[in-house]
Design a binder for this molecule. Structure first.
Ligand SMILES: Cc1cc2nc3c(=O)[nH]c(=O)nc-3n(C[C@H](O)[C@H](O)[C@H](O)COP(=O)(O)OP(=O)(O)OC[C@H]3O[C@@H](n4cnc5c(N)ncnc54)[C@H](O)[C@@H]3O)c2cc1C
Length: 666
């Protein structure tokens, strides 16, 4: 099957407008005749559900949590980008487009990214209209801060809780539609398969997670907004429930999976503390606005710190190596995440790490506290040479910007980040890969759409900070509502789709068979036992740095682990009850397949780009070395029975508006 990305013709800045002007529309009366299933009610799915119901469609929305408010989106901390140019610092739609394509190391589709930049400003207006309390400056205007990979301040935020506030906005909009009966909400329901009738997505099979009942649901189109697959690594900053099942199930039924190896390892996470940990915690990238990243300049100091003989605060400025500022003077601490993560790893691998395991660097706020405190003392007419006063004033300002993050750090690490630098280390955070979609956000299954983190679309090989919330809300509020109408227009007279069709019966049977298999397996090891093993293979061999030997081994090891899993996994309890071990088993079964495809994709991509770093392909200075001649394409994999048999399809990436050069942040 040939990939058709359906990018409209014409100049890039006119494509979206022209497209909207010429698509098929569904009149308001006919929208009432059309049902849409939305799997996932995070920022992407929630905003889509609210908007489609407002337009008049009948929406059935599903989430596995007890409320849409608990979607992983709620954890988003730092902010959301938009090209508003409120700071007057030179921002524009073009610059946001350019930064995003460059940040993605020239592996994103130009047309989609430009559209994203165009609608970014509407998102902020929409959210403000909903009452989302984005931070404001003293004069009442919305405030902005900077994020990595840009030279402007375009990030809107709500302290360190931006995702929470945005999700409450989307949830309120959706709740209004639940109240009107236009959205039927299925909490604690997990989609376990898609139903395809005559080549089109017409429904899903879902498990009621409370009663265990298997249910059939039909619709004229299915939208998947199920989030990312970072938990394939077991340890990540994602919510523990985040999983790949919905995306993987549609992949197995015909949706191509694009660029699975593009994973983002975030530089500022609280380091791993031991073997029994099940979750990692992010310290938002926004902290890099004010925090300076460093390690001791001398190996003996690093060793003394690791052994507890010295403290960070014992080292003078001259004894510190602010390695990002040294290597990337133009962007400094605000280089993109992939660059910052690799630089931290490089220092730790060289022996400069500062925690017991040697896998941590410092994120230090002393300079910011002093700077803010001095300015505040000056403004208030107080003594700006009084160190204690300046520190007190400065700490209060830092608290007002990042207070909840500092509190989280204190609670987890039991050290006060106002007086001693935070310790941070890179951790798995976001997945740029996902189901392949065309310009309409439709997968290769007609009628099955994918939005938000679950699709591959806008971030290329590395996502810039604060761009995921932007993309999820762009997809849900401003893109899908147009494109899905174009698809649904011919179906207005079709009527309700029966769930008695043989395709529903067959899909339901498949789901029940898998569940029965797990319940009756009676093995000896828990699901987590296998998940942790998978995570270790992924981190060691498919993680921050990859090479052909390690990837080849990983592919074999994951396949063997999958076999062992099916032979020996133990799932206690029964199918007809609330059974979280069973939920985990179905999710880990999918991770065990996805992990293999992930490694296969990484092995075939003989270049380094963004978050995909192949040790064989790097510059003399250790930067990612792309091969545009051979790899400027989206790798879209077609399922053929098992991950090892997946067939590669290539969507060439054509850059007409941005010149391809090796990325530099110096
Ligand atoms: C700690 C942290 C901080 C972040 N901070 C930022 C930030 O500051 N700025 C930024 O831009 N991005 C940030 N991100 C990234 C961003 O939060 C996510 O990419 C984004 O929220 C994903 O939204 P989503 O709607 O696509 O998916 P999610 O919010 O993950 O929602 C997925 C939904 O799908 C449902 N679901 C999944 N599978 C199924 C199934 N099989 N059946 C039924 N329902 C299912 C879930 O119940 C949920 O409702 C952060 C990420 C993390 C981990």
């Amino acid at each position: 099957m040939a990939l058709d990305s359906k990018i409209p013709n014409g100049p890039i800045s006119d494509k979206w407008t022209n497209y909207k002007d010429h698509i098929n529309l569904v009149n308001p009366a006919n929208k009432r005749n059309l049902d849409i299933i939305i799997v996932g009610t995070g920022l992407a799915g929630g905003s889509a559900a609210a908007t489609l119901a407002e337009l008049g469609y009948n929406v059935k929305a599903f989430c596995f949590q007890d409320s849409p408010r608990r979607a992983h989106s709620i954890a988003a901390q730092g902010g959301i980008n938009a090209a508003k140019n409120y700071k007057g610092d030179g921002d524009s739609v073009y610059r946001l487009f350019y930064d995003t394509v460059k940040g993605g190391d020239y592996r994103a589709r130009e047309a989609n990214v430009h559209r994203l930049a165009e609608v970014s400003a509407n998102i902020i207006d929409q959210c403000v209209a909903q009452g989302v309390p984005l931070a404001r400056e003293y004069g009442g205007l919305l405030d902005n801060r900077s994020f990595g990979g840009t030279l402007v301040s375009r990030t809107f935020y709500a302290q360190g809780q931006t995702g929470q506030q945005l999700l409450l906005g989307a949830y309120s909009a959706m709740n209004r539609q639940i109240g009107r009966g236009k959205v039927k909400m299925y909490n604690r329901h997990e989609m376990l398969d898609i139903v395809i009738v005559n080549g089109k997505a017409r429904g899903i099979i879902a498990r009621n997670l409370v009663t265990g009942e298997i249910e059939r649901h039909s619709a004229h189109a299915v939208v998947v907004g199920s989030g990312g697959y970072g938990n394939v690594f077991f340890l990540s900053t994602n919510a523990m429930g985040s999983n790949a099942t919905a995306a993987w199930k549609i992949h197995k039924k015909g949706a191509f999976f694009a660029n699975p190896c593009y994973t983002q390892i975030h530089p500022t996470c609280i380091p791993v503390s031991g073997d029994h940990q099940s979750k990692l915690t992010l310290m938002s990238e926004s902290l890099r606005n004010d925090g300076r990243i460093w390690v001791p300049a001398k190996l003996e100091d690093a060793q003394a710190i690791r052994e507890g003989k010295k403290k960070a605060t014992d080292l003078s400025e001259a004894e510190r190596d602010y390695f990002l500022e040294r290597r990337y003077p133009a962007f400094g601490n605000l280089v993109p995440r992939d660059v910052a993560s690799r630089a931290a790893k490089e220092r730790c691998d060289a022996g400069f790490g500062v925690n017991k395991t040697g896998e941590a660097v410092y994120l230090d706020f002393a300079a910011a506290i002093k700077r803010y405190g001095t300015e505040d003392a000056y403004v208030k007419g107080l003594d700006d040479k009084d160190t204690a006063l300046v520190t007190k004033l400065g700490a209060a300002i830092v608290k007002s910007k990042y207070g909840n993050l500092f509190q989280m750090y204190y609670k987890i690490v039991d050290e006060d980040p106002y007086t001693t630098p935070m310790m941070i280390y890179p951790a798995v955070h976001y997945t740029m890969g996902g189901t392949w979609v065309d310009y309409n956000l439709m997968t290769t299954i007609p009628g099955c759409f994918s939005i938000g983190e679950s699709n591959f679309s806008d971030h290329g090989a590395n996502r810039l900070g604060a761009s995921a919330l932007m993309q999820g809300l762009a997809d849900g509020y401003f893109v899908l509502p147009y494109t899905i109408g174009d698809y649904l227009a011919p179906d207005i007279k079709m009527g309700e789709i029966s769930t008695d069709l043989p395709e529903f019966v067959a899909a339901e049977k498949e789901v029940k068979d898998q569940i029965d298999r797990f319940i009756n397996n009676k093995g000896t090891h828990s699901v987590d036992y296998f998940h942790k093993k998978l995570g270790k293979i992924m981190w060691d061999k498919v993680g921050m740095a990859r090479n052909a030997k390690g990837l080849t081994e990983a592919i074999e090891e994951i396949a063997a682990l999958r076999e062992e899993f099916y032979k020996d996994v133990k799932v206690p309890g029964s199918a007809n009850e609330f059974n979280q071990e069973l939920e985990k088993a179905t999710r880990v079964a999918d991770f065990l397949e996805l992990g293999e495809l992930f490694a296969k994709d990484a092995l075939h991509r003989n270049e380094s780009c963004g978050g995909h770093f192949r040790e064989e392909y790097q510059t003399e200075e250790g930067e990612a070395l792309r091969d545009d001649e051979n790899f400027a394409y989206v790798a879209a994999w077609e399922y053929k029975g098992k991950p090892s048999d997946a067939v590669l399809h290539k969507e060439p990436l054509v850059y007409e508006n941005i010149k391809l050069v090796q990325r530099s942040y110096k």
